[in-house]
Design a protein around this ligand. Structure first.
Ligand SMILES: Nc1ncnc2c1ncn2[C@@H]1O[C@H](COP(=O)(O)OP(=O)(O)OP(=O)(O)O)[C@@H](O)[C@H]1O
Ligand SMILES: CC(C)(CO)[C@@H](O)C(=O)[O-]
Length: 293
């Protein structure tokens, strides 16, 4: 329901990718990534109203360029929109912020202006905006699916095929050490060859044993193979391992995400704290059970 006439509000969660493979295709709906990640309870909360003159996007109070969100809006409506995003995830650090900002905008527009679109139609519009701007390749599919989504076939519905690592809810602890531009990695053909070959075998291994522990282990192996990690990222991953937890690099960011069983949670948190401020998010999932990886 709209919060007032011609205003809409929606939240979309962040998504951290552990490993991925890119798939090119002339049809943007089929172009995208396969891989696996986690959907977190931090994300972007967006309010939209009809704009005056031109579309404007504000993020945490400041005006931003937001090309992805602007291309999404152009697909859905033919009038200017005022977009006000509030984020509880870092931007440009591997949390899928461009997709979360665009997906929340899509839901809010659908509500505010009674567009009558389904979730799949909104996801398709965001997916097209993401791949045509090179800001993401599969985050939006993960975000709408939730939990620990496995992207088995690239693209938006009905082309993309998703599944999930079955798991109760658990926490992920994150540290951001810097920024990594998604575009600069995706446009580097040499780097992408290594990433794609590592991503393909990672997906095969995960599907053979789809558990959170295996996801974390495979993501770490992927991080080691594709060489995107800074020294500090590698040191933090090692420190978490020594503290009894599991950690990997958030793709594509200069960011580490970690999880652990209850017994080592404090040690893992303390280990990460020596590198940077730790933010803890919850990964919601399909069933409830005391966490036991
Ligand atoms: N509605 C929005 N809210 C926030 N950022 C947005 C929005 N639309 C577009 N953006 C832009 O997305 C960029 C961040 O995207 P980028 O792909 O670099 O990282 P990310 O989406 O946070 O992480 P990932 O590496 O997981 O894709 C920022 O420059 C920001 O301006
Ligand atoms: C390309 C990517 C790793 C970073 O944005 C992510 O969008 C994904 O998993 O497709």
């Amino acid at each position: 329901m709209s919060i007032e006439s011609s205003a809409g509000r929606a939240f979309a969660p962040g998504h951290i990718t552990g490993f991925f493979e890119m798939h090119d295709d002339p049809d943007p709906r089929r172009k995208g990534s396969t891989g696996c990640g986690v959907v977190i309870d931090g994300g972007i909360d967006t309010i939209v109203t009809r704009g005056v003159g031109k579309t404007e996007v504000y993020l945490d109070g400041a005006s931003v360029k937001a090309d992805t969100t602007c291309s999404l809006i152009e697909q859905l409506v033919d009038f200017p929109v005022h977009v006000n995003c509030t984020s509880s995830i870092p931007i440009g650090c591997g949390f899928g912020a461009s997709a979360a900002g665009s997906l929340s905008t899509a839901y809010a527009l659908n509500d505010a202006f009674s567009l009558g679109l389904t979730s799949n139609q909104l996801v398709e519009a965001v997916h097209i905006a993401e791949v045509s701007n090179g800001s993401g390749m599969g985050d939006v599919e993960g975000q709408y699916f939730g939990g620990v989504p496995i992207r088995k076939v690239p693209g938006c519905p009905p082309y993309g095929v998703l599944d999930r690592v079955p798991s109760p809810s658990f926490e992920v602890h994150c540290i951001v050490l810097g920024e990594l531009s998604t575009g600069s990695v995706l446009n580097d053909a040499g780097l992408m060859r290594d990433i794609n070959s590592a991503g393909r075998s990672a997906l095969r291994s995960l599907l053979a044993r789809p558990t959170v522990t295996n996801f974390m282990e495979i993501s770490k192996q992927f991080t080691l193979k594709c060489g995107l990690a800074s020294d500090r990222v590698m040191d933090a991953i090692e420190a978490v391992g020594a503290a009894g937890g599991m950690a990997s690099q958030a793709m594509l960011g200069d960011t580490v995400f970690a999880c652990s069983v209850e017994e080592t949670k404090k040690d893992v948190f303390d280990a990460l704290s020596t590198f940077a401020e730790v933010t803890t998010y919850n990964v919601t999932s399909c069933y409830e059970h005391p966490v036991k990886f």
